[in-house]
Design a protein around this ligand. Structure first.
Ligand code: PMT
Length: 396
């Protein structure tokens, strides 16, 4: 879970994408951040400060010279309050000013005065983005540790397609959280997480799979990213978007997941297997679609898939999940022992609000020493943080 009292300074500059910053402000505010918005004069041509004021419940800074502003006493007050400065959308003009160290408006002034990390989400005409002047400015800022997110390719204000569009808000949101969490309690750790349900082919159109949506594994990957860890997410097919700032390896079958896990754990601190790996697969998948009219009945011979968690061992922490429909604790304890795990996260999948596909989960964490920690029903992102709290303790 992200720290609820962090302060974000959101700089909004004059781009047609300025209206999207309102959605960003809303998301950060909903997540519990204190959002202080600064708008340039040009930004105010596109969207009203009142919008941000209502969304954030905070005064919006529109000039350096407002003597009534709580930030006017000290022109660097915003810079000092910031845990992160995000400029979205950022025009070529503000990027150029920052790259030159100018401080003649409240955004560039705050950037120059802050010690907080800075994230820039550019939005501009494609020729302006590809211009060597902008390229040099961006390179200079990247060298100084600024994080750029985007731009994306798509339809621009000019009507033509090109590279210069403000990138997706999910991307900006995710990368900002990652930058904020850089010095978190999992900083410097590498964690491999698996998610989703593997698919074992029967023929080119059919497969054996299960109801895993991937939500639990993705929530762990995102939570660990937000706490500073470097994440490899090995994902079976899901409908979820790849979390920004996370290395995603897409796999389909248990065999492919095994290979990806083996390759990824070479230099890892922990493996968390939240994936629902199929336990059985057809011995032989038909190479052509099996035709209904050609057979009266069909028997598919199955064989066991590799038990990834059991096979992949090494000098790293191994965490399993257990989806159980009966004898939750006894079965989970047995898995901890059999697979030699550091701990297991057990969920009773017979309940409506937990397990497969739900937004919430109710889990019991059982460690190798037999300690049982029963957690109440909570959103999967909070479960993720509780699992990571346990992991951090074991890593120590
Ligand atoms: O994806 P969601 O919709 O959010 O749902 C979340 C979840 C229910 C899938 C998740 O919380 C969960 O419980 N995942 C593990 C499901 C499972 O396969 O449990 P299991 O008891 O069959 O396996 C025990 C452990 O061994 C698991 O960590 C599993 O990843 C691993 N395993 C299982 C089989 C296999 N062939 N190889 C494995 O490594």
């Amino acid at each position: 879970m992200v720290n609820k009292i962090k302060t974000i300074v959101l700089g909004v500059t004059g781009s047609i994408a300025a209206y999207k910053a309102a959605e960003l402000a809303s998301r950060f505010t909903t997540e519990g951040f204190c959002v202080n918005v600064i708008m340039t004069e040009s930004a105010q041509q596109f969207i009203s400060p009142l919008t941000f004021r209502n969304i954030t419940g905070r005064p919006v800074v529109t000039t350096m010279w407002d003597i009534a502003s709580e930030f006017s006493v000290e022109h660097v007050a915003l810079a000092e309050a910031a845990d992160v400065v995000l400029i979205a959308p950022a025009t070529a003009n503000i990027i150029a000013k920052i790259a030159c160290g100018m401080a003649d408006d409240m955004i560039s002034c705050t950037v120059l005065a802050t010690r907080a990390p800075i994230v820039i989400a550019p939005a501009m005409n494609d020729n302006m983005w590809s211009n060597s002047i902008t390229r040099e400015n961006v390179a200079r800022l990247v060298k100084r540790g600024f994080t750029f997110v985007g731009p994306a390719r798509g339809r621009l204000a000019s009507g033509k397609m090109g590279l210069g569009r403000l990138t997706s808000l999910d991307e900006i949101f995710g990368i900002t959280l990652q930058v904020l969490g850089r010095k978190g309690d999992l900083a410097g750790r590498h964690i491999v997480v698996t998610a989703g349900g593997t698919q074992e082919p029967v023929d080119p159109v059919r497969c054996l799979t299960n109801h895993s949506s991937g939500k639990m594994g993705y929530a762990i990957a995102e939570a660990a990213r937000n706490r500073g860890a470097d994440i490899t997410l090995i994902s079976a097919p899901t409908t979820l978007a790849a979390p920004p700032g996370v290395k995603v390896i897409s796999v389909r079958t248990a065999e492919e997941m095994l290979k990806a896990v083996q390759d990824s754990v070479k230099k890892t601190d922990a493996l968390i297997m939240a994936a629902a790996v199929a336990d059985f697969r057809p011995v032989k998948a038909a190479s052509q679609k099996i035709k209904r009219q050609e057979m009266s009945e069909l028997t598919v011979e199955l064989e066991k898939t590799p038990d990834i968690l059991n096979e992949v061992r090494g000098n790293f922490i191994r965490v399993g999940f257990a989806a159980e429909s009966r004898d939750l604790i006894a079965n989970a304890r047995d898995k901890v022992k059999r697979k030699g795990l550091d701990f297991i996260v057990a969920n009773d999948i017979t309940e409506k609000d937990c397990g497969f596909g739900t937004e919430t989960n109710r889990v019991t964490i059982i460690d190798g020493k037999g300690k049982v920690d029963e957690l109440p029903l909570m959103p999967k992102d909070e479960v993720a943080d509780r699992v990571l709290d346990k992991l951090r303790g074991v890593l120590k």
